[in-house]
Each structure stands twice: as C-alpha cells, then as structure tokens.
Ligand binder design. Structure first.
Ligand code: ZN
Length: 136
C-alpha cells in the first residue's frame, strides 16, 4: 500500500489514485510507466521506477466484470430500444453485435488495469505460509 513518488520516497497510495492509475494503464507504484506492452499483455516491469510486474495475475476477473457491465448495458439498451421504438429485427442484428464487441474490448483493458493496480495496492497474491514469507 505504498508508492514511490518522483523523489523516490514511499507514501501511501489512495484508493482513487490506484483506480485511476489502473484505468490509465500506468504503473501502480509510480504512475508514470506503462503497465501494458500490448492491448492486454502486461509489460515485464515499469520502465520508470523498475517495479516488476511478476505479481500481476488478474485471472478471469476482468472478463467477469466486462460480462457484467457489458451485459447490463447491452440488454438494457436493447430493452429500451424495443419498448420505446419497436424497430424491426434487422436493426438489432445490425447494431448490437458490433456494439457488444466495441464495449467489451473498450472495457477489458481498463478493468484489467484496475484489478492489477488494486492487487498491488492491497498486496493481494497467492496464500503463503509464514515460513515462506520470512524466506522471501
Ligand atoms: Zn513505476
């Protein structure tokens, strides 16, 4: 739960700061370096402060949140469209598949960034025994 500022000193990182750094795809410690080397590929480490991203493992978390948010948006929009405008079926086939793909791709990277940034902030990781923690 600490981060290095530009002077290299440790200070606690706020939740809002951690979330914003995740959305921006920036290093969870310094906020300067890039977290991703490609669209969804986590870089080996921060090019600004040298933090290794070996701890980063969001698993299926980003995909789950994307499904929840995108599902809510797409289904809500489809219901609204049907109730208010009652368009022909081809409108749904023309609008919603590309819209779904765009929303999912647009949400995946920021959500992965948020989860990885919060993982760093909260020091979340695999469970370890006390003897393993002492050894490093
Ligand atoms: Zn950094």
């Amino acid at each position: 739960m600490s981060s290095l500022d530009s002077s290299g000193t440790d200070h606690p990182q706020s939740l809002a700061s951690a979330i914003w750094r995740g959305i921006a795809g920036r290093c969870p410690r310094c906020g300067q370096g890039k977290m991703f080397s490609k669209l969804l590929t986590v870089a080996p480490g921060c090019d600004a402060c040298g933090l290794g991203y070996g701890f980063a493992d969001a698993g299926d978390g980003p995909a789950v949140f994307v499904m929840l948010f995108a599902g809510f948006l797409i289904v809500g929009l489809a219901l609204f469209l049907e109730v208010v405008y009652e368009p022909p079926y081809w409108v749904y086939f023309a609008v919603f598949p590309p819209l779904t793909i765009l929303i999912c791709l647009g949400l995946l990277r920021p959500l992965k960034g948020i989860l990885l940034s919060l993982q760093y902030r909260n020091k979340a990781g695999q469970g370890r025994l006390e003897s393993q923690k002492r050894d490093g």
